[in-house]
Write a protein that binds this ligand. Sequence first.
Ligand SMILES: [Zn+2]
Ligand SMILES: [Zn+2]
Length: 346
Amino acid sequence: MTHQQKTNIIKKEIIASYKTLKAKYPVLRYQNFIGFSIFISCLLFSAGLGYLWYVDMIPAWALILGNAFLFGVLHELEHDLIHFIYFKNNRIVHNIMLLFVWLVRPLTLNPWFRRVLHYHHHKFSGTPHDVEERGVTNGEKWSLKRLLFTPDLVIGNLLRVVGLFSDIKREVDKGNLKFQTAKKLKLSGVFGLIPFTILSHVILYVFFTDIFLDFLHDKYQLNWVMPDAIKNILTWCNPIIYIVLLPNLLRQFCLHFITSNLHYFGDVEQGNVIEQTQVLTVWWTYPFQLFCFFFGWTHAIHHFVVNETFYIRHIAHKKAHEIMRKHGVRFNDLGTFRRANRYHEI
Ligand SMILES: [Zn+2]
Ligand SMILES: [Zn+2]
């Protein structure tokens, strides 16, 4: 059987399992309503946790863990919105939802620009011009550098951009990528970071530098401290840092760690969905999965059946895994860490 035939069977069987599930629980058909309820609940809960922390009723770590979980759910919702799964025919509500899920996750790319990169990802997963995945360290050799830049879209991408753009140029020269598409990808990758992504990264860089300098000052009496003006700005930004940015840093690290190791890179056969991803369910990934709503369990399913909500994918994941396993999709292939995410042995 060819990979295309296998893929078609996997698709057909997963779609059938979704149909059965929806027939059993008709409430699942109210997609817009469910999506909007998840959206509002996550926003209210995260604001509630923020308030409880602000009035000293919960410690900072509880706020960070709680909001990282909730923003992880909102990330899944954003991904659904990128695929026009909610309010497709009501662009105002649709775009308002997209705006808010971005504002509470400002370390990420602007979702309207991300849509360009993400659609490209679905079409060309694992190729040198899969900008979305390469932007989160997919395909690189494992090192301390990769670990440090896993959550970082600004400095991390600044260090990577020359290599990435020259790879894109090579792909255009070889005829693997249209010139216009290449241009669109590059522009989306750069403009998508402006302004919130860059601004929120800079706030975090200053925040951590301040902590580090204070530590050096206390421990070794070093006199390099942040100027008072910057310390004042940091104090003013404190609620945003604790309620929004630190939870997102944790969430983004977990998501990027999981996604960049479940997608294969570099030697994926063009159009072969079976080789694009693996399923990651191994126990030690649970702490990471918790803050990206078990992305490792479900993202490979999404590569086969794109237009379905994240919660249906989640509810029906057991059946989907059974189908995928039967037809040769990989599960918990930890060799990927050794092979810089190549599908085959190097
Ligand atoms: Zn997608
Ligand atoms: Zn993917």
